[in-house]
Each structure stands twice: as C-alpha cells, then as structure tokens.
Design a protein around this ligand. Structure first.
Ligand SMILES: NC(=O)C1=CN([C@@H]2O[C@H](COP(=O)(O)OP(=O)(O)OC[C@H]3O[C@@H](n4cnc5c(N)ncnc54)[C@H](O)[C@@H]3O)[C@@H](O)[C@H]2O)C=CC1
Ligand SMILES: O=C([O-])CC(=O)C(=O)O
Length: 329
C-alpha cells in the first residue's frame, strides 16, 4: 500500500514516469498534479489494467488534495535546458517552483519522502530543505535529489566500451552533485570490478559528467532527457518502496549529510569537507535514509575530481539557501 504523487506529471518526464509507476504493482494510489494537461494524462494512464487508482489534480487550488495522505512525492516540475544553457541557468524559474511545491508538501504531507528531479538539483534540494526547516517539518532522512540517471548512464557508458559487461548488473557509485564537474563517477569502485586504462577513465568520467548535454544537443531545443530520466526515477521510486517494505537497498542520491552524521564521516574525509549536501550511496530504509554507505577507497584521480566538485557544489548549495532566506518563507 504505497501512495505516490508526481508533481509536474504532464511534462516530458512526468508522463512516462506516470506510465512506469502505473505499472508498479506496489503503488496503490497514483496522484498526478500539473498546471496543464493533467486530466488527459491521468485519464489515459488510468485505463491500464493494474490495480492502482489514478487521480488528476489540475492547478494550484488542487495541490493540497494531490498531496493529502501521500507517502512518496516525486517532483519533475520545472523547465528543462536548451542547447547552450547550464542547469544553473534554470535556477531563476525552477527555484520558485520547487519552493512553492515544498511549502505545499510541508502543509499537506509533511512526513512524505520527497524525490526532487527539477534542476538545478544541487540548488533545488537545499531550497526544499530550507522551506521544510522554516515550517518545522524537516527530516534530512526524507529528502532526496534524484541522481539515479548518472548511475544509469555510468553503467551503460561502460558497456559501450566493454562489451562483455552486463550494463544492468554493473553498479558504479556516482558521488558529488548533479551538474558537469560536480558529477564524480567512482569507476574504481565498480561492482563487479572492471579494469580501465587511465585514458578510458578520463574519457568515461567526462562522458558521464556531461551525459545530459548529449541529450540536450540531440534534442536541439526540444528539451533534455525525459525517457531515460523517467526510467531512472521509476527505479529510484521502486527502490524506496522496496526499502519501505523492509528490504535493504542501496541507491546513490543527493542528500543532506546530516541524514547520517556517522556514515557521512567517511564521505567528508574523501573530500566532501563541511558541505551540507552530497550525492552518496544511500542504504534506504523505512524512514528514507537508513545509512550512508561507506565508500571504501578512491584513487588520486577521483579525489581530485571530488575536490573540484566540492568547490562548485558549495556555490550551488549556498545559492539555494540564500534564495529561500531572501524570499522570507
Ligand atoms: N535530476 C535529473 O537527473 C534530471 C532532471 N531534469 C529536470 O527535470 C525538469 C523537468 O523536465 P521535463 O519533464 O523535460 O520538462 P517539461 O517542460 O517537459 O515538463 C515540466 C512540467 O512541469 C510542469 N510545471 C511547471 N511549473 C509547475 C508547477 N509550479 N507545479 C506543477 N507543475 C509545474 C509543466 O506544466 C510541465 O508539464 C527540468 O528542470 C529538467 O532540467 C531532467 C532530466 C534529468
Ligand atoms: O541535462 C539536463 O539538463 C537534464 C539532466 O539533468 C540530465 O539529463 O542529466
């Protein structure tokens, strides 16, 4: 019995994500919210013969009803990039959208687990945290920036150069954040282990860091990754649901290191320093973050990449925090 709300359900990610979650037998209630077109999406998806109920909630006056009683809220609401833009260029529009949605979550389902997809994730997650803190309902264990697409890309891109690897079974932790140089794949920690030359490591790292740009370029103005992102978000949601029902599942995600201060010590020592948020491998549990899983060791190349990531991340996090402070929630 798990109820899931998708905020931004009529968009490029929202539609295929609605489809994939309608196919998930553990979801019993699917609550779809958007400012446009959501009645059509909900009517369409509701004809699929799985047992879950599907609700359509159009426009802001129905946001409370969309959220009441919800266990997991996934947020793909917001504008996507066009060629030539960075994720940070989306800040001016998406920061306000995420703030409004986080306020409504605080009011209508404060105990829900939240997964933020809207970019720039490095800033929108701190914004959501500040809103929840200001409303007195913040639990760092329950707020996630969804970085699963970086992990999905990492295993697929390795398969492109190592055809004997099973892309679906390969696990590569990706730490840091979710934009360019803040994305740090730890190829040395691949499971099962894969041997790479230094040139392969450098090329793969760059490709994983800028994988989003490949899609933005190819879509040539029609948006960014939607189908692979919907797949990644559905996988993340499925992992949360398995964890809620008692299974041990590890998924990398961008979380507050306060969610598990002891587990975070290892990550801080690897180069995260005093940053409040960082993408880490998270052992999920009923509460959301059960534990930050340890990263046993990294190479000097990975340590350097984490140092570079941390400098940029600090700016992205501070930008989100000061946005909410200026806005007086
Ligand atoms: N975390 C990640 O790995 C990824 C994040 N993204 C981000 O996801 C976001 C959405 O991307 P797309 O679905 O392609 O965009 P889209 O433009 O196709 O869809 C966005 C949807 O959000 C809705 N929306 C806008 N303001 C809203 C509000 N205040 N309340 C509810 N709904 C609202 C729009 O009506 C639209 O249906 C973008 O910010 C994009 O950068 C995209 C790919 C990967
Ligand atoms: O590149 C973008 O703007 C969308 C995104 O976050 C990704 O595909 O990783």
């Amino acid at each position: 019995m798990v109820s899931v709300a998708i905020l931004g359900a009529a968009g490029g990610i929202g539609q295929p994500l609605s489809l994939l979650l309608k196919m998930n037998p553990h979801v019993t209630r699917l609550s779809l919210y958007d400012l446009v077109n959501v009645p059509g999406v909900a009517a369409d998806v509701s004809h699929i013969n799985t047992n879950s109920s599907v609700e359509s909630h159009l426009d802001k006056q129905n946001l409370g009803a969309a959220l009441a009683g919800i266990d997991i809220v996934i947020i793909p609401a917001g504008v996507p990039r066009k060629p030539g833009m960075t994720r940070d260029d989306l800040f001016n529009i998406n920061a306000g959208i995420v703030r409004t949605l986080a306020e409504a979550i605080a009011d209508h389902c404060p105990a829900a687990i939240i997964g933020v997809i809207s970019n720039p994730v490095n800033s929108t997650v701190p914004i959501a945290a500040e809103v929840l803190k200001a409303r007195g309902v913040y639990n760092p264990k329950r707020l996630f920036g969804i970085t699963s697409l970086d992990v999905v890309r990492a295993s697929r891109f390795v398969r492109d150069i190592k055809p004997s690897v099973d892309a679906a079974a390969l696990r590569i932790p990706v730490v840091g954040g979710h934009s360019g140089a803040t994305i740090v794949p730890l190829l040395s920690q691949a499971e099962p282990r894969v041997e790479f030359s230094q040139k392969e490591i450098e090329e793969l790292t760059h490709r994983i860091q800028f994988g989003g740009d490949e899609v933005v370029q190819a879509k040539a103005g029609a948006g960014s990754a939607t189908l692979s992102m919907a797949y990644a978000a559905a996988r993340f949601t499925e992992s949360l649901i398995r964890a809620i029902s008692g299974e041990d599942v590890v998924e990398p995600a961008f979380v507050s290191l306060d969610a598990d201060p002891r587990g975070a010590e290892n990550i801080r020592a690897l180069g995260a320093g005093s940053l409040e948020f960082f993408a880490v491998p998270v052992q999920l549990g009923r509460e959301g973050v059960k534990r930050i899983a340890p990263v046993p060791s990294i190479t000097p190349f990975e340590r350097k990449a984490i140092e570079v990531a941390s400098g940029e991340l600090q700016k992205n996090i501070s930008k989100g925090v000061s946005f909410t402070q200026k806005a007086k929630i």
